[in-house]
Write a protein that binds this ligand. Structure first.
Ligand code: ADP
Ligand code: TRP
Length: 326
């Protein structure tokens, strides 16, 4: 079974990325699944025009993936732009993709509603994502809930392509979404996202984590009064990190009163700092050697290109597209 997923180098990694996506990648890799994990830097072009920043975030994400446990000996780990065939496949998929289909995409509509320019890159984003997935004959795509529709569109495009040429050329993949952590809330209670300024970052100092946790929005129930654990952002985040016993104890303290949101926020920060202490140490060492990071990506790119090349030969062949240079 081939498992594939990608993350855009469009901001600093946060605990939503970890619990929603990266933790699944590492578990899958360590179970022995064949993994393909990459940095979606072509996708990041839809949100940044700052070349220096994009290079910096590319290294940040590379070190981040490796620090949380992606092992380039076990998984194919690479940069999207090291596989130019992916933009070629995107074109083939565009030719079987109805425009009406794209107009239904939630993420496109959300981005336009937030004021982003309605350019073709943004519109075509899901087709490029489908190409990312289909070019490696991926079977399973682990992602957070927000990506569900993109995976459904990928399935539809694979089916449409196969129907158009009356041949099983592309493998139809399945999403894998961990329901328990489908959407990790940010410090304001909305989905945690690089673009909402509401994150708790993965790679930072314990002090910075404590500061971000202190900003989690709660109601203004005074310390001595009972509180409702069911409607609390701090509890929602503690669920990801605390043991069942500790969570039950904190919830009981909420109901009893005399336990403030500040106590719960401090405990959350401690748990985050403990959980990511090792990864942070690895990250600091990795980010200090950018040449080694580029070397790792270069090696992964070779493996990814070899697979992409085989798929593209199949795709060109069935469509009657010749190239004369290979
Ligand atoms: P962001 O929304 O911060 O830009 P990305 O879109 O780059 O994050 O997401 C990378 C991966 O992390 C995707 O699989 C996405 O579903 C997952 N992810 C991002 N934010 C969350 C969240 N708040 N909860 C669960 N999963 C998330
Ligand atoms: N759209 C994804 C996100 O924002 C990133 C991505 C690009 C992706 N290509 C992919 C995820 C292929 C899974 C598979 O998170």
């Amino acid at each position: 079974m081939r498992v594939l997923s990608g993350i855009q180098p469009s901001g600093k990694l946060h605990i939503g990325n970890y619990f929603g996506a990266m933790a699944q990648f590492v578990e899958s890799q360590n179970r022995g699944d064949e993994g393909f994990y990459f940095l979606a830097n072509y996708h990041a072009l839809t949100s940044t025009r700052d070349s220096e920043l994009l290079r910096e975030l590319t290294l940040h994400l590379t070190a981040g993936y490796l620090a949380v446990g992606i092992d380039p000996q076990k998984s194919v780990f690479f940069l999207q732009s090291d596989v130019p065939q992916v933009t070629e496949l995107c074109w083939f998929l565009n030719t079987v993709c109805p425009v009406s289909f794209m107009e239904k995409a939630h993420s496109y509509k959300d981005k336009i509603a937030k004021g982003m320019a309605a350019n073709m890159g943004l519109f075509d984003y899901p087709v490029l994502q489908a190409a990312d997935i289909l070019i490696y004959d991926s079977n399973v795509v682990p992602v957070g809930q927000d990506q569900k529709q993109h995976i459904e569109m990928t399935r539809d495009l694979a089916i449409k392509f196969n129907q158009a040429y009356d041949k099983e050329v592309l493998v139809v993949p399945e999403p894998r979404i961990r329901e328990a952590v489908a959407v990790v809330p940010g410090i304001d209670g909305q989905k945690m996202s690089k673009s909402y300024n509401n994150t708790i970052d993965l790679f930072q100092t314990p002090k910075q984590t404590k500061k971000q946790c202190a900003k989690i929005v709660t109601d203004s129930t005074p310390l001595e009064d009972p509180k409702d654990p069911a409607n609390c952002n701090v509890i929602a985040l503690l669920k990801l990190l605390a043991s069942e016993e500790e969570l039950a104890e904190i919830e009981a303290n909420y109901r009893k009163g005399g336990y403030g949101y500040g106590h719960a926020k401090n405990r959350l920060a401690e748990l985050i700092n403990e959980k990511f202490a090792d990864a942070r140490e690895k990250y600091d060492a990795l980010i200090a050697s950018p040449d080694e990071l580029w070397d790792i990506l270069r090696e992964g790119g070779k493996k990814a290109r070899a697979v992409a090349d085989t798929t593209m030969r199949r795709v060109r062949d069935v469509a009657g597209i010749a190239i004369t240079y290979q």
